[in-house]
Ligand binder design. Structure first.
Ligand SMILES: Cc1cc2nc3c(=O)[nH]c(=O)nc-3n(C[C@H](O)[C@H](O)[C@H](O)COP(=O)(O)O)c2cc1C
Length: 248
C-alpha cells in the first residue's frame, strides 16, 4: 500500500516546490545542457529527405482522430525512407531553437519546451535503409547508424515477448535524458516528462494514419533489455516508451 500511495502522490502536483520559487540548476545560473545527444565520433550519418522535398500526405484530422486504433497486425509492405522521414518530422524534428539551448520547438508540445527525449529506431523494412539500430538527430534531420545487425529475438524480448512488434517496419524507442528537464524544473520535471511522452505517442499514431500505417503504444517492456539495445546507461538516459509502426 505504501508503494501505491507513493505512486499516486507522484501523479499529483503536490510538490512543495510548485508553490515555492523553483530550485533548479537554471535558477543558479548553470548552462543549459544540449538539446540533442551528440552522435558518436566518426559515426556514419544518413541524411533523411527534408520535409520540404516530401509529398506530405494530406490527412483529414478529424478522420485520423476518430479512426485511429492501436494496430498490431502489419501487412509486410515496405515503408519508404520518405515516409520514415515524415514520421520523424511529425513527432520530434527540431523546427526552431531559442537562445543557447534554452528551448527547442517541435511538433509535439513539451513542458518548458525542454523535450528531454531521444529517439532510437529498430528498422525492419524501410526501402533504402539497411535493417539495424539507429539514433535520430533532430537538429539536422539525420540518422546516426548504431548497428546494422537486426536481432528479432532481442527486439521481442525487450518488449516482454510481444511478438507482433517484429512485424512492424520500424520500432520507435523513446529514451529520456531527465537532466534536460531537471535543469529547469528540478523535482517538478518528472511528472511533466511523462505527460510529454503521451503527446509524442499520439503524434506518431496520427501521423501513421497519413501513410496507411498503424502504431501501437507499448509500456510493457523490459527496462534493462531495452536500454541495452542502444547501450544506454539506465541512469542518465533510459527507455521510457516504445511505439512500433507498420504498414496496414
Ligand atoms: C501508455 C500506453 C501503454 C500501452 N502499452 C501497450 C502494450 O504494452 N502492449 C499493447 O499491445 N498495447 C499497449 N497499449 C495499447 C492499448 O492497449 C490501447 O490503446 C487500448 O487497448 C485502446 O485501444 P485503441 O488504442 O485501439 O483505442 C498501450 C497504450 C498506451 C496509451
Amino acid at each position: 500500500m505504501k508503494n501505491i500511495e507513493f505512486n499516486r502522490n507522484f501523479m499529483k502536483a503536490n510538490y512543495d516546490s510548485w508553490k515555492k520559487p523553483s530550485s533548479s540548476d537554471q535558477m543558479i545560473g548553470k548552462p543549459a545542457p544540449p538539446l540533442q545527444k551528440a552522435p558518436k565520433q566518426n559515426a556514419d550519418l544518413i541524411s533523411l529527405p527534408m520535409p520540404s522535398d516530401l509529398e506530405i500526405p494530406h490527412v483529414d484530422l478529424y478522420k485520423a482522430l476518430v479512426e485511429r486504433r492501436s494496430v498490431r497486425q502489419y501487412s509486410g509492405k515496405t515503408m519508404t525512407l520518405g515516409e520514415l522521414s515524415y514520421l520523424l518530422d511529425s513527432t520530434c524534428r527540431i523546427q526552431k531553437v531559442l537562445g543557447d539551448n534554452i528551448a527547442s520547438f517541435r511538433p509535439a508540445p513539451s513542458g518548458g519546451a525542454r523535450h528531454p527525449f531521444e529517439t532510437y529506431l529498430i528498422v525492419n523494412n524501410i526501402e533504402g535503409l539497411e535493417n539495424g539500430h539507429y539514433h535520430y538527430l533532430p537538429l539536422t534531420h539525420q540518422l546516426e547508424v548504431l548497428s546494422k545487425k537486426s536481432d528479432e529475438t532481442a527486439l521481442v524480448e525487450s518488449v516482454n515477448g510481444q511478438k507482433f512488434t517484429a512485424g512492424a517496419n520500424v520500432v520507435f524507442y523513446l529514451s529520456a535524458i531527465p537532466y534536460r528537464a531537471e535543469w529547469r524544473y528540478g523535482l517538478k520535471s518528472h511528472k511533466v516528462m511523462l505527460i510529454d511522452l503521451g503527446h509524442l505517442g499520439q503524434n506518431l499514431y496520427l501521423a501513421a494514419e497519413g501513410i496507411h500505417a498503424g502504431a501501437c503504444a507499448i509500456a510493457s517492456y523490459d527496462q534493462e533489455k531495452s536500454d541495452a539495445l542502444f547501450e544506454l546507461d539506465g541512469v542518465d538516459e533510459f527507455i521510457v516508451y516504445i511505439v512500433p509502426v507498420g504498414k496496414k
